[in-house]
Design a protein around this ligand. Structure first.
Ligand SMILES: Cc1cc2nc3c(=O)[nH]c(=O)nc-3n(C[C@H](O)[C@H](O)[C@H](O)COP(=O)(O)OP(=O)(O)OC[C@H]3O[C@@H](n4cnc5c(N)ncnc54)[C@H](O)[C@@H]3O)c2cc1C
Length: 457
């Protein structure tokens, strides 16, 4: 795409970096930019972050009362980078007047409600650089007709209230849009109005089945942390309901958070893993999947076991775990939902009927991100899917393409299991920031020379 954009014109507004999505990953990056007083060419780095939600909120559908974060509060947005940061969890506690009482809790794992409040507290100090209620629609390369170089890209956004479309030019992008609900093959939420994904849980609970005394029949599909949390939540909050957990495996399995294994989430593990040949790296990742995927905190397993045991003592049969069931179909019939399962042991089909179904089937992160689709001719592919990504989370591009395009949370295959999590956010954002600065300066020199560079495409 050629363009009439005149980058030499001082009135042409060009950002140094635009971030897609403003969850914890890009929040940590913006905190780092703010705190490290980053200057490019003698002026502050010009940045903008675009978020579709109306305000900062971390997985609002799952802010269940009592649910805890699964890492130490010391792994907040900043402390691993700068323990003296003004954006730390401890500074937040001090500001809220709770530091002494938090210390007295003697806990390393705050609730998700509190950590979300902490994130929101940081975000509220950085509002000038964030555009909420705005969705990123697409990104176009902006090619300089004279040199043939793509020096900037054009980001197209839409305001979700009034539909207003806006365009922004930027020299660099950081894509941190998180995962999208993973639905079992062939099963869409459109098949059934009474079926929801965990990401919608609290909103739909309030809107559709808020009356806790109703004897609803619930089925929760899945065996990970969110599935177990929702199973417990429904059992506790709906004393007259019938709740079934349908899981593919034999039982809820504990998340391995033991000390030695947990070192897999140390920032320098990313160096180690990145340098391994692909096959060996995959071996290490697969061997540690039970730190994060399809596994449940041991305390929660214990609580659920105890609850089911007490049900038995009381002669009640209102909750159960049904193992070895693989979901094959869901559809609504009259005023109920029918779930078809394949029983992996009996090899027969089984049906369950419910008033509401919760799919706790996790998230996926596309290997090729749809938002950067139009940049594909400039991005170096890796095999048949995905891109080649360097150690600093940057997609390799052809020489003709000058912007840097960073991914946060889409590099698990190359950087390991901490990539989609919160553990290394302070270090990763600093890595991105450093390469943003170095490359920016190098590119500015090239820009000044304005020497056409041959494409390698
Ligand atoms: C319930 C739950 C609990 C978790 N708990 C933990 C935990 O305790 N510890 C841990 O390490 N990990 C945890 N995780 C993993 C989780 O992925 C991380 O916590 C974290 O949310 C990742 O941050 P992120 O910024 O990469 O993505 P997200 O938090 O998903 O943020 C992405 C943001 O991008 C926005 N967005 C998406 N598309 C667009 C678009 N086109 N335009 C504009 N905005 C867009 C979204 O609205 C969202 O706000 C949990 C996950 C879930 C679902």
């Amino acid at each position: 795409m050629s363009t009439s954009v005149d980058l030499q014109n001082p009135d042409t507004e060009v950002y140094d970096v635009v971030g897609f999505g403003f969850g914890p990953a890009n929040l940590a990056l913006l905190a780092a930019i703010e705190e490290e007083s980053v200057d490019v060419h003698g002026r502050p780095l010009k940045r903008l972050f675009i978020e579709q939600k109306e305000t900062f909120c971390w997985h609002p559908g799952m802010l269940l009362e009592g649910a805890q974060i699964q890492l130490s509060f010391l792994k907040d947005l900043v402390t691993l980078r700068n323990p003296q940061s003004r954006f730390s969890f401890l500074t937040y506690l001090k500001d809220k007047g709770r530091l002494d009482r938090f210390a007295n809790l003697r806990k390393f794992y705050p609730t998700r409600l509190e950590f979300n409040d902490y994130y929101g507290w940081v975000a509220s100090q950085l509002t000038d650089d964030v555009r909420y209620n705005t969705e990123v629609m697409s990104v176009d390369p902006v090619e300089n007709g004279e040199t043939g170089l793509v020096e900037v890209v054009k980001v197209v956004t839409r305001n979700l209230t009034n539909g207003r479309v806006e365009e922004f030019l930027t020299r660099n992008l950081v894509v941190a849009t998180g995962g999208v609900p993973n639905l079992p093959r062939g099963i869409g939420l459109r098949n059934s109005e009474r079926t929801l994904h965990t990401s919608q849980f609290l909103q739909r609970k309030k809107q559709d089945f808020g009356d806790c005394s109703t004897p609803h029949r619930f089925v929760v599909v899945g065996s990970g942390q969110s599935a177990a949390e929702i199973f417990e939540n429904l059992c506790n909050d709906f004393p007259n309901a019938d709740v079934t957990a349908a899981i593919r495996r034999f039982a809820y399995q504990p998340a391995d958070d033991s000390h030695f294994v947990n070192e897999i989430f140390f920032p320098d593990m990313e160096d180690f893993l990145y340098d391994l040949p692909e096959r060996k790296r995959q071996l290490v990742i697969d061997a540690h999947r039970d730190t994060n995927y399809s596994c449940v905190d041991n305390d929660l397993i214990e609580a659920i076991y105890h609850f089911l045991y007490m049900n038995e003592v009381k002669g009640e049969d209102r909750a159960r775990i049904r193992p070895f069931l693989e979901l094959r179909d869901i559809h609504d019939e009259a005023d109920e939902t029918v779930l078809e399962f394949y029983n992996l042991i009996t090899e027969k089909t089984e049906q369950l009927r419910a008033d509401y179904v919760v799919l706790a089937t996790g998230y996926v992160r596309p290997k090729r991100h749809p938002l950067v689709d139009k940049l594909s001719p400039f991005l170096v592919p890796a095999g048949t899917d995905g891109y080649q990504v360097d150690r600093y989370y940057r997609i390799e591009t052809t020489q003709r393409f000058m912007p840097q395009l960073f991914l946060q949370g889409f590099c698990e295959d190359t950087h390991g299991l901490s990539d989609t999590l919160l553990s290394t956010l302070p270090i990763r954002s600093y890595d991105i920031l450093k390469s943003l600065m170095t490359e920016e300066e190098a590119k500015e020199k090239i820009r000044r020379c304005r020497t056409p560079v041959e494409s390698v495409a």
